[in-house]
Design a protein around this ligand. Structure first.
Ligand SMILES: *[C@@H]1O[C@H](CO)[C@@H](O)[C@H](O)[C@H]1NC(C)=O
Ligand SMILES: *[C@@H]1O[C@H](CO)[C@@H](O)[C@H](O)[C@H]1NC(C)=O
Ligand SMILES: *[C@@H]1O[C@H](CO)[C@@H](O)[C@H](O)[C@H]1NC(C)=O
Ligand SMILES: *[C@@H]1O[C@H](CO)[C@@H](O)[C@H](O)[C@H]1NC(C)=O
Ligand SMILES: *[C@@H]1O[C@H](CO)[C@@H](O)[C@H](O)[C@H]1NC(C)=O
Ligand SMILES: *[C@@H]1O[C@H](CO)[C@@H](O)[C@H](O)[C@H]1NC(C)=O
Ligand SMILES: *[C@@H]1O[C@H](CO)[C@@H](O)[C@H](O)[C@H]1NC(C)=O
Length: 266
């Protein structure tokens, strides 16, 4: 039996109960047995800029990666879930004329690990077609998305493409912003002023996620139902950074009840 998403949420939270928390954030649960584990327990997060390489595209699907994921399915019963996101989701801008998936430019002063100037084209979304029976999380750009007009336009342009690519049972959750707790201090170059705090984050989160919801309703109504629609958040990089998750929560992060999975890194 496939556990419901509510159950998955409950387990992720229960893993965290050993940690001190300030404030209480009730989450409903339908868990019935202590031995149930959530499907996709072995899952992967792939850096946004590397996804076309890992997955390939319609004409050149990456069958090597698919075979590795199939091997895990044989061991665990489910194909791993794939989160497409990370630091580079917050650099990615959309260029409708780009004839290939991704144009990434490295700046060694910012990062040697990945490009920090990124354009994606329409064919980026072909990479969501190449692995059978995988559920995906797609990360939208909050870093530039709520900070520049080009970034905001990218959100408007890519929500329809992403939701269409993730129809037919491929959708898991959306992301909006990776490690926003580090936006004003990032080693790769801050994308927010030092005064940026939990209140402004929540304001930008609500503005962006409400727009995402409207666009999904308009272009992919099947993915807009409350039971299916949702985000993983706040995807913080740690607990000692400038933004604190419990303050964002208390400031209204989940006022729209759209956070389906509490996510944090490390
Ligand atoms: C968008 O892609 C087209 C076609 O490759 C290219 O000519 C143009 O310079 C790109 N625009 C940006 C902003 O990268
Ligand atoms: C598909 O992938 C191949 C191999 O990487 C690449 O040469 C081609 O440009 C890609 N097609 C599109 C439309 O992005
Ligand atoms: C790729 O991006 C770089 C840096 O923005 C730009 O100079 C170049 O024109 C872009 N190439 C295409 C084909 O869009
Ligand atoms: C949401 O943010 C965008 C980009 O910053 C802005 O253009 C838009 O007006 C904002 N929406 C509201 C309701 O303020
Ligand atoms: C965008 O981020 C830059 C860099 O931190 C900052 O200087 C600018 O004020 C920000 N703009 C907005 C609208 O938040
Ligand atoms: C964020 O900064 C604004 C402006 O200084 C302030 O009004 C607000 O209370 C701050 N929010 C938090 C959670 O500290
Ligand atoms: C969140 O909801 C609370 C309770 O309804 C309300 O007082 C607060 O103003 C809301 N905050 C935001 C940022 O929406």
């Amino acid at each position: 039996m496939m556990p419901s998403s509510t159950m998955k949420r409950a387990i992720v939270l229960s893993l965290l109960t050993g940690l001190p928390v300030e404030g209480q954030f009730p989450v409903s649960t339908s868990i019935t047995s202590a031995n149930e584990i959530f499907d996709g327990f072995v899952s992967f997060s792939i850096e946004f800029s590397s996804f076309p390489d890992f997955a390939g595209n319609n004409s050149h699907p990456n069958t090597f990666s698919d075979n590795l994921l199939e091997n895990i399915r044989h061991l665990t019963g489910t194909k791993p879930y794939i989160r497409v996101g990370g630091n580079t989701q917050d650099y990615a801008l959309y260029n409708a004329s780009l004839p290939y998936a991704l144009n990434g430019t490295f700046n060694p002063k910012r990062s040697l690990d990945y490009p920090t100037t990124i354009y994606i084209g329409p064919s980026y979304f072909e990479s969501y077609n190449t692995w059978k029976d995988v559920k995906f999380s797609h990360g939208f750009n909050l870093g530039l998305g709520a900070n520049t007009s080009e970034g905001w336009q990218t959100l408007l342009d890519t929500v329809p493409l992403a939701c269409k690519a993730l129809g037919g049972g491929k959708f898991y959750l959306w992301g909006y912003g990776n490690e926003p707790d580090l936006f004003s201090t990032a080693a790769q170059g801050p994308v927010r002023p030092p005064s940026w705090n939990e209140s402004t984050y929540v304001w930008q989160w609500q503005n962006g996620t409400r727009t995402i919801h409207e666009l999904v309703q308009q272009h992919c109504p099947d993915l807009a139902y409350e039971s299916r629609y949702g985000f993983m958040a706040p995807s913080h990089g740690g607990v000692g950074n400038r933004l604190k998750a419990h303050i964002s929560w208390a400031s209204g992060l989940n006022n729209d009840s759209n956070v389906k999975l509490y996510s944090t890194h490390k």
